[in-house]
Design a protein around this ligand. Structure first.
Ligand code: GTP
Ligand code: SPV
Ligand code: MN
Length: 593
């Protein structure tokens, strides 16, 4: 059904004139529409049916082997002023970028259907939610957008009421990496993506809209669009604290958002509620607290490593009505990846499995599923006003130095902790894996403007009447000399969250160090945990010499943002560096390593 909104109708007509599809389909989001899309994709081979006895409603999609992850080197922010995009983005002049993209789009949908997808990011009646329309020639994208967003008639009605929407144009193109670009025009609320059918490159509501474009809008309008999970932790007394956590791609957001409490905690009555696993939009409420919504409606989660041990909740979520991308198959046509029991028969490329070809599932293989299927999905996730945030957590893959958990002294120190974040790269983006890089607030690939301005924006929340959350930094990924993880992670991470809540509620005193406050002896519960003697000390150790080098590196990194670096952040880095100089060599008993 075409739209009553002239601007939308006109844009769709212009796009059809450029791309010349055989037909145009306006998506209504209905079950019948979804069934029709699935039937067509089963016929075309875009989808393969999985074992319907074990996995009802589940399908497999194999993307092109050169198109398996986000492509940061082909992702651009196209602002009038180059400086506005910052050194953290690739930039192209808007006119050049439009010309380049429109040449690629010229006639690219001939013989195909052009789908018009109206979607809403956030609860459909929420004042914090924002709408967009994605035009695509990929039925796989439509099926994914249906799980990931509120897509269809209701979103279209809201767009027609508001008259404002983000325009996203996508074509799978020839999947030629030389003809692949993801362009953002934040000043025009426009996205153009060509040549990839994968994840964040193609599902434009997610990274392109809800992070890159939204972060730009959030800066102008006084809110935050962040790469964060949102989880509710309910204690045995029935009080729930909501925590937002920014970890880089494939660094544990989905796992923490769906955490199942350790046995003893379950017995005591602890409960965990999932609100979101990837993106968080938050803004100050009238009481000065930050209120958050998850703009998404589903999960596009990493499959490998998801198991009964690590994330039983995710396994339950994806037991039916799920689209799997680039996973392997068992002999009886069940989805399979590294971490699951059983053996693979067919690898992610459809070849007979041979260990010599590498992992059976692609390391960035994913599942797409509606969040409603998650057993711990919170009713509050549909709350139009969002949930109040008690703590913001930063973290990354740091094999050494960074303690299991530390708390910032105040907001400014917390912003420094977020800005200083580092992590080893993962398979979520093409390129080398396991390379340590700075990834401020886990937004390096997603901040739609200059990081210096972004840090200023974060600092600006510390104003009159603000009741800001406490800020923490965690590291689940510290390793021993043999390269094994020191901390068991996953469900056991609740122990760390409990300490944070104890700090928020004033029950824990902590042990101060120049770089942050860590749990004092006995404050982090380890009952029921098989932790070798000395391990917790190692996990909470603050190595002065190592931190001196880290602070110097953080200083250099901050300087790279030049004149746009807020002086307050530079001063904070200098304050912490000086505090380190002023402390004795060890803040805790020396650890032999
Ligand atoms: P994106 O969807 O890419 O933004 O990633 P994410 O942050 O949601 O990552 P996810 O939770 O899917 O984690 C991906 C990887 O981290 C998997 O290989 C997990 O097994 C591993 N992982 C998650 N939590 C933990 C943890 O507590 N400890 C350890 N050692 N590994 C973890
Ligand atoms: C990420 O890479 O952070 C993801 C997956 O969440 S994608 O949507 O492909 O960007
Ligand atoms: Mn992500």
């Amino acid at each position: 059904m075409a739209s009553s909104l002239e601007a939308l109708r006109r844009w769709v007509d212009e796009t059809a004139a450029l791309t010349r599809p055989a037909q145009v389909h306006w998506c209504d989001g209905s079950d019948a529409e979804y069934r029709g899309l699935v039937e067509a994709m089963l016929t075309s081979g875009d989808l393969l049916e999985l074992n319907q006895a074990t996995h009802p409603g589940c399908y497999l999609h194999r993307s092109h082997p050169s198109d398996v992850a986000r492509v940061e080197h082909l992702t651009f922010v196209c602002t009038r002023d180059e400086v506005a995009a910052g050194p953290n983005n690739h930039w192209m002049a808007p006119a050049t970028a439009h010309a380049k993209m429109d040449a690629l789009f010229d006639g690219c949908m001939q013989g195909r259907t052009m789908y018009v997808i109206p979607y809403c990011m956030g609860p459909i009646d929420s004042p914090l939610a924002r709408c967009g329309v994605e035009i695509t020639d990929s039925p796989y994208v439509v099926a994914n957008m249906r799980a990931m967003t509120r897509m269809g008639a209701a979103a279209q009605a809201r767009i027609e009421r508001e008259g404002r929407f983000v325009r996203g144009l996508h074509s799978t193109g020839e999947l030629d990496p030389e003809r692949r670009f993801i362009m953002h025009f934040p000043e025009e609320l426009t996205i153009k993506s060509y040549g990839s059918g994968y994840g964040g490159n193609a599902l434009l509501g997610k990274k392109c809209h809800a992070l890159r474009i939204a972060s730009w809008q959030a800066r102008d309008e006084g809110w935050l669009a962040e790469h964060m999970l949102i989880v509710g932790i309910q204690n045995p007394q029935g009080k729930t604290h909501y925590i937002a956590a920014a970890f880089p791609s494939a660094c544990g957001k989905t796992n923490l958002a769906m955490l199942i409490p350790p046995e003893g905690y379950r017995r005591d009555g602890w409960k965990v509620w999932t609100i979101g696993d990837d993106i968080c939009w938050m803004r100050p409420g009238s009481d000065g607290r930050l209120y958050a919504i998850n703009p998404e409606a589903g999960f596009f989660g990493v499959a490998p490593g998801t198991s009964q041990d690590s994330n039983p909740n995710a396994l339950a979520t994806i037991a039916h009505d799920t689209i799997f991308t680039n996973v392997a198959l068992t002999a009886d046509n069940q989805p399979w990846w590294e971490g699951l029991p059983g053996t693979p028969a067919i690898d992610w490329q459809g070849r007979s499995y041979d260990a010599a070809n590498g992992p059976a599932a692609h390391p960035n293989a994913r599942f797409t599923v509606s969040a409603k299927q998650c057993p711990t999905w919170s009713p509050k996730a549909e709350d139009a006003q969002g949930v109040p945030i008690s703590a913001i957590v930063f973290g990354g893959r740091r094999p050494s130095l960074l303690p299991l958990v530390m708390e910032a002294n105040d907001w400014t120190h917390g912003v420094l902790m977020g800005a200083a974040m580092g992590s080893e790269t993962t398979a979520a983006a093409t390129g080398a894996v396991g390379v340590l890089r700075r990834d401020s607030m886990a937004m390096k690939p997603f901040c739609g403007y200059h990081y210096g301005d972004y840090f200023s924006h974060w600092l600006s929340f510390d104003g009159n009447g603000a009741q800001l959350p406490k800020i923490f930094h965690v590291n689940w990924f510290r390793k021993d000399a043999q390269g094994r993880f020191l901390w068991p992670g996953y469900g056991e991470n609740l122990r760390v969250l409990e300490w944070m809540i104890d700090r928020i509620e004033g029950r824990a005193v902590g042990r101060e160090s120049p770089v942050g406050t860590v749990p004092a002896d006995g404050e982090l519960r380890t009952d029921g945990l098989d932790l070798p003697a000395g391990t917790l000390d190692m996990l909470l150790d603050i190595d002065r010499a190592g931190w001196q080098a880290e602070l110097a590196a953080i200083g250099d990194y901050l300087q790279s943002f030049g004149a746009r670096l807020p002086p307050r952040l530079r001063a904070e880095q200098q304050r912490v560096a000086q505090a380190l100089e002023d402390t004795p060599a060890r803040t805790r008993h020396a650890i032999a390593s």
